[in-house]
Design a protein around this ligand. Structure first.
Ligand code: BG6
Length: 477
């Protein structure tokens, strides 16, 4: 195979603070949204249905993010394993509530800042670049309860203060940043991304898009601050990208798929990359009676605060038709598409579509012409520890291999790609279901859905495979 991946390609793995750190009340950390999300499949129900009250109910639920995999105390051991695989980059997030426990303080929490100093120093010891998400579904709970999350304009200022504190503190340690994880996911799950629960159907429109406007302004302010404080840094947006196929060539279905795709895949990216609301949103706002409240200067800020690159997660494509019936919807299609007869699905029903990654890379590059970064991709699967202690996860290797192959194709198509950090390089708590048994890692963690386990780490077969992939810069798959 021809050499496809450029020199300096950022191979690595991706995580989020709330899904691996644990230590949820240590080091002065305040509560955040994932601390009140229950474990198990019930979580998905709780975060997509109205009425969630952001309270902990120990009688009814378990809270797996509280301990997670205890990275907070074991980061040295874990980073040594990443280094053994040859990681060039490690995507992680900073828990906002470790730095500003309530979110609205004026002075950051030194213990929280010092923790991430230690993590960055450990990564640099091995030549691993930290790639940092500023906000990965981790808003301090106080901002949710007192301010209603991103619906309140004052949150923009709190976020700006938080992001600026990070840039000032870590300016010599972190060169790759992202503002909001999967910013467009709030269109489906506002609890995690926008910090409020839909109580009534009408909340879907005015409050949701007002919250988005605030996030866009906050993102632009963070980009401007980052460029000023760390001139050699790159800061990107981060979206969940699901290329949207029309079910067939019926023009009605093609138009419907296009509309769905524009709203979900492009609305946020267009604002953050191009610095302005896309034309197609005018009609959408009008039809849903949405009137955005803006402050003078907001539109100029959006123009000034354009991101340097587009990071995205890719797990699945989506297939749409206009008049779909509930029974057409694929079981695990959390974004609502119908079943695609050409694709197999994971054990959680997520449809596996490696070519969809090549499609995504081409579509995004055609549209934005800025470097792209695949910062999440992977297979959530049940793993079995054999009697000899090994974990033979060939299914994961197959999944990753086929996606990396398609990434190589996209690079040959001309796409400028910065790197690949597969999701959950070490097993961690699932975001949508709060399960430990939905595993993505090259490293197995002995922790189970009922909270039991020694937390011992073990290398899976995929660990050795990925090590070779990195060592050969993607040549040996
Ligand atoms: C992305 C999130 O949606 O997908 C991660 O950014 C998440 O936080 C990942 O963990 C995989 O989803 P899940 O639900 O399988 O953990």
């Amino acid at each position: 195979m021809a050499k496809r991946f450029p020199e300096g390609f950022l191979w690595g793995g991706a995580t989020a603070a709330n899904q691996l750190e644990g230590a949820y009340r240590e080091g002065g950390k305040g509560l955040n949204i994932p601390d009140v999300l229950p474990g198990g499949k019930v979580r998905l129900k709780v975060i997509t249905e109205p009425g969630f009250n952001f309270e902990i109910d120990n009688e009814k639920y378990t809270y797996p993010n509280h301990e997670a995999i205890d990275f907070y105390h074991r980061y040295k051991e874990d980073i040594a394993l990443f280094a053994e695989m040859g990681f060039k980059a490690f995507r992680m997030s900073i828990a906002w509530s470790r730095i500003f426990p309530n979110g609205d303080e004026t002075v950051p929490n030194e213990e929280g800042l010092a923790f991430y100093d230690r993590v960055f120093d450990e990564l640099h010891k091995y030549g691993i670049e930290p790639v940092v998400t500023i906000s990965h579904y981790e808003m301090p709970l106080h901002l949710v309860k007192e301010y209603g999350g991103w619906r309140d304009r004052r949150v923009v200022e709190f976020f700006e203060r938080y992001a600026t504190a990070l840039f000032n503190r870590y300016k010599d340690k972190v060169k790759y940043w992202m503002t909001f994880n999967e910013i467009n996911s709030g269109l489906h799950m506002p609890i995690m991304g926008l910090g409020f629960a839909i109580q009534e159907e009408r909340d879907r429109y005015q409050p949701t898009f007002q919250a988005y406007h605030h996030q866009f302004v906050a993102s632009a302010k963070a980009v401007i601050a980052c460029h000023k404080i760390i001139p050699d840094a790159k800061i990107g947006c981060m979206i969940v990208y699901t290329p949207t196929y029309a079910f067939d060539c019926n023009p009605e279905n093609v138009m419907y798929a296009l509309q769905e795709e524009r709203l979900f895949n492009y609305f946020c990216g267009d604002v953050q990359v191009r610095g302005a609301y896309p034309a197609f949103m005018k009609r959408y706002f009008k039809e849903h009676n949405i009137q955005l409240e803006m402050e003078p200067g907001d539109l100029e800020l959006l123009k000034e605060g354009k991101v340097d690159y587009v990071a995205f997660s890719y797990y699945m494509s989506r297939t749409e038709k206009k008049d779909k019936k509930p029974e057409d919807v694929g079981e695990g299609n959390i974004l609502g598409g119908i079943k695609n007869p050409f694709l197999k699905a994971s054990e959680w029903g997520w449809e596996i579509d490696p070519i969809g990654l090549r499609v995504s890379l081409n579509q995004l590059y055609d549209r934005y012409q800025v470097p792209l970064f695949v910062v999440e991709n992977g297979l959530g699967a049940y793993d079995k520890v054999e009697e000899d202690g090994s974990i033979q996860d060939d299914y994961r290797i197959d999944y990753l291999r086929s996606h990396i192959q398609e990434m190589g194709e996209a690079i040959e198509d001309g796409v400028e790609l910065m790197g690949y950090t597969s999701w959950g390089c070490i097993d961690l708590v699932s975001a949508s279901t709060g399960e430990m048994s939905k595993r993505y890692g090259y490293i197995y963690v002995d922790k189970h859905d009922d909270g039991s386990g020694t937390l011992e780490r073990k290398k899976k077969k995929s660990f050795y495979w990925y090590k070779d992939v990195i060592a050969t810069n993607g040549e040996k798959l």
